[in-house]
Design a protein around this ligand. Structure first.
Ligand code: 6PG
Length: 470
């Protein structure tokens, strides 16, 4: 009997996804470049619907036609290398899916190359980490729509289910659209995590909260409108004792953050497209700044510290931070979704932003109650210019922006780095600004480079003779 799908790459994510598919009754043929990995998976996770293969040739010839091959390998050159090996083994009508965090332009390029051979190529965003892959991730497939029907049953079966039991998987658009959406998901993830980290710093260093109080505070937040996967794991993190030394684990973890690239791509892409995602960029920069541990230690002794004044009422302060976090979150998501909206028009993808928000409701890292509100906002007005202008969010921003400003100000005055909160406030002010100071910038450009300027009172392009005596 032939297999329904081939899974190439059996390390943590690939293995979890293979088992997830197998659980749903699909017969999965697994392959890993190192045979020991395949053997270990079969030994440690035996499943009646999962078999191991030791060459791509054997894997491909064991598949039902049209063949479906799912790659779960490291993004980058490894994907091209496997595709090169696979291509001669496949035939017209077969489907290849790449579930890694590939750069969307690589996916565009690969899709074109494979289309020449009549092979359908999907760049599939998969979010949710190991647990998500095993029990139900959020799935963002992009590729040729006419071939989607062939892979839809498998992708929808393995995906997480939202509250209304809908699968967190939807066809995103052609070419690299799925990977683009996953990239922006990760950019939003960066901003969201940075906001939470800033709330932690404020509560700890301005508010004097202990780890135990932090755990209780985040747990309480998780029971309200901030309910989300990230807030939930944060509450849990503050409860964990270290295994290797005395004290809480959080206090033993080096204060230096890693990044694999997708957040940075979002930021670079936003600059290219001319869309402001300053909170995502700030989150990337904050990770970079965190890495300079020695420089921070040296400069800490030289750049004078600002005395932190502390707070009178801890619970009122926590409430301000909570509201600031919520408001900042609205702004971060507004930025991310603006980038998606721009990409949709620019690349002709026809993205359905409401549906994208709806598949983020469960399974993925940014899953949150909040995503249901974003879905509703786009359902009510699919042409929404910005989430900030949706009535639901507009009301909340207007009610709470004072808390955002207070929290950002407390950070600035207390010498606590809070680039996401401060950029959130700056974005809000830029977004609604009557005056941006750009008139002065235009005058400067015209003065030093004769770049010309436009006028507010009449049409046309003007140049002033700046050399003349005023
Ligand atoms: C997800 C995550 C996942 C992964 C990222 C984290 O949606 O499941 O985003 O893709 O954890 O690689 O990225 P950094 O290593 O850049 O933080």
């Amino acid at each position: 009997k032939l297999y329904d799908i081939g899974l190439v790459g059996l390390s943590v994510m690939g293995r979890s996804l293979a088992l997830n598919m197998a659980d749903h009754g699909f017969r999965v043929a697994g392959y890993n470049r190192s045979p020991e990995v395949t053997d270990r998976v079969l030994r440690e996770h035996p499943h009646e619907n999962l078999s191991g293969f030791y060459s791509l040739e054997a894997l491909v010839s064991a598949l039902e036609r049209p063949r479906k091959v799912f790659l779960m390998i490291q993004a980058g050159p490894a994907v091209d290398a496997v595709l090169e090996q696979l291509l001669p083994l496949l035939e017209r009508g077969d489907v290849v899916m790449d579930g890694g965090n590939s750069y969307f332009e690589d996916t565009n390029r690969r899709a074109e190359t494979l289309a020449e051979a009549g092979i359908h190529y999907f760049g599939v965003g998969v979010s949710g980490g190991e647990e998500g892959a095993r029990r139900g991730p959020s799935v963002m497939p992009g590729g040729p729509r006419e071939a989607y029907g062939a892979v839809r049953p498998i992708l929808e079966a393995v995906a997480a289910r939202a509250e209304d039991d809908k699968p967190c998987c939807a066809y995103i658009g052609p070419g690299g659209a799925g990977h683009y959406v996953k990239m922006v998901h990760n950019g939003i993830e960066y901003a969201d995590m940075q906001l939470i980290a800033e709330a932690y710093l404020l509560l700890k260093y301005a508010g004097g909260f202990t780890n135990r109080e932090l755990a209780e505070t985040f747990a309480a937040w998780d029971r309200g409108e901030l309910h989300s996967y990230l807030i939930g794991i944060t509450a849990d993190i503050f409860t964990r004792q270290d295994d290797l030394a005395t004290g809480d684990l959080i206090d033993h973890i080096l204060d230096s953050a890693g990044q694999k690239g997708t957040g940075r791509w979002t930021s670079i892409e936003s600059l290219r497209q001319g869309v402001d995602v300053s909170m995502i960029t700030a989150a990337c920069s904050a990770r970079v700044m965190s890495n300079h541990l020695e420089r921070r230690a040296r400069a800490g002794g030289r750049i004078a510290a600002v005395p932190v004044t502390g707070v009178d009422n801890k619970s009122a302060f926590a409430e301000t931070v909570r509201q600031a976090l919520y408001t900042g979150k609205i702004i971060a998501y507004a930025q991310g979704f603006s980038l998606l909206a721009d990409a949709s028009g620019r690349f002709g993808w026809g993205l359905n932003l409401g549906e994208i928000a709806s598949i983020f409701r469960a399974g993925c890292i940014i899953q949150a109650a909040f995503l249901g509100d974003i879905t509703a906002a786009y359902r009510a007005d699919p042409a929404l210019e910005s989430l900030l202008l949706a009535p639901f969010f507009l009301d909340r921003v207007n009610e709470r922006q004072e808390h955002l400003r207070r929290a950002a100000a407390a950070a600035v005055l207390g010498g606590i780095p809070a680039p996401a909160l401060t950029n959130a406030a700056a974005y809000l002010d830029g977004f609604r600004a009557r005056a941006c100071g750009a008139n002065l910038i235009q005058a400067q450009r015209d003065c030093f480079g004769a770049h010309t300027y436009e006028r507010a009172d009449r049409p046309g392009s003007f140049h002033y003779d700046w050399r003349k005596t005023p």
